[in-house]
Write a protein that binds this ligand. Structure first.
Ligand code: PMP
Length: 401
C-alpha cells in the first residue's frame, strides 16, 4: 500500500538536531533546538522539579488514575493566576475557561480547533516571521486563511512597528491575531510597553481576537510578572482572548508536555459553556492530559518555598543567556566580523536572529559544524563561554564568503 508514499520533509527545527547527531566532528555545536543547556552543554533538571517529584512519589495518595478531560483543576487555576496575576478581574469574575493540554503546541491546537468550530472568522494573522509550527497548526485545525503581519525589520533588526500596526488595521474585521507574549521566536524582538498599547488600540479598532502564545514567561527577563505584562494589559482592558501557556522552558519540563489553554469570556456563565465545548475538542483528540508534569507544576506554584526557589532558578537561566549574548558580542568584535552586531544583546529570550542568509547558514553548518535553523536563528541557551569564539569565527567566515 505504501510503496509510492513520498518522503516527508525534515522538520525545520527538529531536523537540525537530527543532522547534528549524524555529524562526527568533535567541534560541532547544536544551536538549533530551543532547549536550555548548562555551561557544560548538559540538559538541566531544575532543583525545584526534583524536589516536587520527590514529594509526589512519596505521597501515599498519589495514583495513576486518569485525570478529567480538562486535566488537573488545581493546575488550571494556578496557571491562570500565573499568567493573569492573582488580582486579575478575569480570575475574580470567573471569566477564564482554563484547560490543561499538551504543552504549548497542544494548547494552541486545542484553541485553534475550538475557534474553527465556534468562531465565525476563519482568518488568522501571524507575525512575519514566526515559530514555524504556527503555520501548520491553524490550517490543520480548520482556520484555513493564514496571513502574515509585518513584524521584523531587517534594516534595523528590530520591530517593524509601523508596518505591524498598518497590517493589523487593514486586517479583516474580527480576524484572529497571534501575539507572542514575550521573547518572540525566532527574532528575540519584543514590542516596548508603549508599542504594546498601540497594538492593543489597533486590535480594539478592528475587533481582532488576540491569541497569545506564552512559551517563555519568566525566561525572557527572569521576571514572571514582567514577561506577562502584555497579556495582562489586554486582559485588564476587558478583551476576550485566548492564551496558550507552556511550561517547557520556564520549568524545564519539555518532554513532560505540560501546558494550558485559556479562553477569556465576558461572564462566568459563558465560561461554563465554553469549557463544555473545549471538552468536546479534547475528548476525541487525546481524551485527557498526562498527570505527572501537571502535578510537578502544582507543587512548585503552590508551595511558597518551592515557588521562591523556582524564581531564583529562572533568574539563573535567564541570566546565563543574557551573559552569553554579551560574550558572543564581545567575540564578534574581537574577531572583527563585518557589520553591526549589537542586536545580539538587544534581542531577548532564548534566541538570537543573526540576520544571516540561507547560504551563510549553509557555510556555518557544512564547513564549521555549527547547527542552526535556516532563517539564521541561534539558540543562545545552547551556547557556552568556551564556544563563543569558535562561533564568532564561523560567522566571520560565513559572512565573508
Ligand atoms: N510557541 C512558541 C513561540 C515556541 O517557541 C514554542 C517552543 N518552541 C512553543 C509555542 C511550544 O512548545 P511546546 O509545545 O514544547 O510547549
Amino acid at each position: 500500500i505504501w510503496q509510492d508514499i513520498p518522503q516527508g520533509p525534515p522538520d525545520a527545527i527538529l531536523g537540525v538536531s537530527e543532522a547534528f547527531k549524524k555529524d562526527p566532528s568533535p567541534d560541532k555545536i547544536n544551536l538549533g533546538v530551543g532547549a536550555y543547556r548548562t555551561e557544560e552543554g548538559k540538559p538541566l533538571v531544575l532543583n525545584v522539579v526534583r524536589k516536587a517529584e520527590q514529594k509526589i512519589i512519596n505521597s501515599p495518595t498519589e495514583n495513576k488514575e486518569y485525570l478529567g478531560i480538562t486535566g488537573n483543576p488545581k493546575f488550571n487555576e494556578l496557571s491562570a493566576k500565573l499568567a493573569f496575576g492573582e488580582s486579575s478581574s478575569v480570575i475574580r469574575e470567573g471569566r477564564n475557561a482554563t484547560v490543561q493540554a499538551l504543552s504549548g503546541t497542544g494548547s494552541l491546537r486545542v484553541g485553534a480547533e475550538f475557534l474553527a468550530q465556534h468562531y465565525p472568522v476563519h482568518t488568522v494573522l501571524l507575525p512575519n516571521p514566526t515559530w514555524a509550527n504556527h503555520n501548520k497548526i491553524f490550517p490543520l485545525a480548520g482556520i484555513k486563511d493564514v496571513r502574515k503581519y509585518r513584524y521584523f525589520k531587517p534594516a534595523t533588526k528590530g520591530l517593524d512597528y509601523e508596518g505591524m500596526i498598518q497590517d493589523l488595521q487593514s486586517a479583516p474585521e474580527g480576524a484572529i491575531v497571534v501575539l507572542h507574549a514575550c521573547a518572540h521566536n525566532p527574532t528575540g524582538v519584543d514590542p516596548t510597553s508603549e508599542q504594546w498599547r498601540g497594538i492593543l488600540k489597533a486590535v480594539q479598532q478592528k475587533r481582532l481576537l488576540p491569541f497569545f502564545d506564552s512559551a517563555y514567561q519568566g525566561f525572557a527577563s527572569g521576571d514572571l510578572e514582567r514577561d506577562a505584562a502584555a497579556i495582562r494589559l489586554f486582559a485588564d482592558a476587558g478583551l476576550e482572548l485566548l492564551l496558550a501557556q507552556s511550561y517547557a522552558k520556564n520549568m524545564g519540563l519539555y518532554g513532560e508536555r505540560v501546558g494550558a489553554l485559556t479562553v477569556v469570556t465576558r461572564s462566568a456563565e459563558v465560561t461554563n459553556r465554553v469549557e463544555s465545548q473545549l471538552k468536546q475538542v479534547i475528548r476525541p483528540m487525546f481524551s485527557n492530559p498526562p498527570r505527572h508534569g501537571a502535578a510537578i507544576v502544582v507543587e512548585v506554584l503552590s508551595d511558597p518555598r518551592l515557588y521562591a526557589e523556582w524564581r531564583e532558578e529562572l533568574k539563573g537561566m535567564a541570566g546565563r543567556i543574557i551573559e552569553m549574548r554579551k560574550q558572543l558580542l564581545q567575540a564578534l568584535k574581537e574577531v572583527g566580523v563585518p557589520g553591526t552586531w549589537d542586536h545580539v544583546v538587544h534581542q531577548i529570550g532564548m534566541f538570537s536572529f543573526l540576520g544571516v542568509s540561507k547560504e551563510q547558514v549553509r557555510v556555518m553548518t557544512e564547513k564549521h559544524h555549527v547547527y542552526l535553523t535556516q532563517d539564521g536563528r541561534i539558540s543562545m541557551a545552547g551556547l557556552s563561554s568556551s564556544k563563543c569564539r569558535y562561533l564568532a569565527e564561523a560567522i566571520n567566515d560565513a559572512v565573508r564568503t
